[in-house]
Design a protein around this ligand. Structure first.
Ligand code: DX5
Ligand code: ZN
Length: 244
C-alpha cells in the first residue's frame, strides 16, 4: 500500500458539452490528479453507452496527466488497439468480458463469473500481453460478485487491479460495503505473490468511503460524482485526498 492515495477523477460525471473546461479545471489545478479516468461503455457489456477512441485521442491533446482508460466492453480483443493507438497510458479490461464467447451470468447490471478454464486464462493473458507490448500499463478489472481468487494467474502481468465497488455502468451509485474485504483479499494475494500492483477502486467513492478503501489497501481512488457532481470540483478532489 502506498502512503498517499492517488486520485483518478472520472469524467463520466463531467459536463460533456464543456469537457475540455472540466478536464483542465482539475489537470491544471495546483495539485493535479495522478490519473484521468475515462469510462468506455459499449451498451452491451454494461447497459450504458459513453465515448470511444476519438475522445481519448482528443483528451490526450489537452493534458499530460496519464489517461486511465476503463474498457467496459464486450470482446476487448477486437478493440483494444483502438484505445492504445488513441493514447491510453493505462488500459484496463475485464476478467468477465475476456471470457471468449460468453459474458457469464448477470447479477445486477453486470456480468459475474465463478471460474475460468485453461483456455480462458490463456485468452486473458494474451490480452494483457498485447497491452504491455503496445507500451501501456496493464490493468485488469473484476465485477462485484466475481471471486477475487480468479485474479491469481495474472498478478505477474499486471500494473493495476481495478476492483469495481458498484455494478459498472453508471456514476453516482452507492459503494458496496463488501468491497472492503475484497480489497483486503486482493492486497493479501498480491503481497503473497510479491506482485507490485496498484489497487484501484471504482464506484461510490467519496471522502468517507475513500478513507475506508485506503485502509483496506486501495492505492488509486476513482471518483466521479464526488468530484464533478460538486459545486467546486477542485475543492472536492482535495477533500478526498485530505480524508485519506
Ligand atoms: C461506473 C464507472 C465509474 C463511475 C464512478 O461504471 O466505472 O468510473 O464514473 O462514478 P461514481 O464515482 O459517481 O460512483
Ligand atoms: Zn470507471
Amino acid at each position: 500500500m502506498s502512503n498517499t492515495a492517488q486520485i483518478a477523477p472520472s469524467i463520466l460525471s463531467a459536463d460533456f458539452l464543456n469537457l475540455e473546461r472540466d478536464v483542465r479545471l482539475l489537470t491544471e489545478s495546483s495539485e493535479p490528479p495522478e490519473w484521468l479516468h475515462i469510462d468506455v461503455m459499449d451498451g452491451h457489456f454494461v447497459p450504458n453507452l459513453t465515448i470511444g477512441p476519438p475522445f481519448v485521442r482528443a483528451l490526450k491533446r489537452i493534458t499530460t496527466v496519464p489517461l486511465d482508460v476503463h474498457l467496459m466492453i464486450d470482446n476487448p480483443a477486437e478493440q483494444l488497439d483502438w484505445y492504445l493507438d488513441a493514447g491510453a497510458d493505462l488500459l484496463t479490461v475485464y476478467l468477465e468480458a475476456a471470457k471468449p464467447g460468453a459474458r457469464g451470468e448477470r447479477k445486477g447490471s453486470s456480468a459475474t463469473i465463478k471460474e475460468l478454464h485453461e483456455a480462458e486464462v490463456e485468452h486473458v493473458s494474451t490480452l494483457l500481453d498485447r497491452i504491455r507490448k503496445a507500451g501501456a500499463l496493464v490493468g485488469l478489472s473484476l465485477n462485484p460478485e466475481t471471486p477475487t481468487g480468479l485474479l491469481l494467474p495474472f498478478y505477474q502481468q499486471l500494473d493495476l487491479v481495478l476492483l469495481m465497488s458498484v455494478h459498472p455502468g453508471f456514476g453516482g451509485q452507492s459503494f458496496i460495503p463488501e468491497s472492503l474485504v475484497r480489497l483486503e483479499a486482493i492486497r493479501r494475494d498480491a503481497e503473497a505473490l510479491r506482485a507490485k500492483v496498484l489497487l484501484e477502486v471504482d464506484g461510490g467513492i467519496d471522502a468517507n468511503t475513500a478513507k475506508l478503501a485506503v485502509a483496506a489497501g486501495a492505492d488509486v481512488l476513482v471518483a466521479g460524482n464526488a468530484i464533478y457532481g460538486q459545486a467546486d470540483p477542485v475543492e472536492a478532489m482535495q477533500l478526498i485526498r485530505a480524508a485519506c
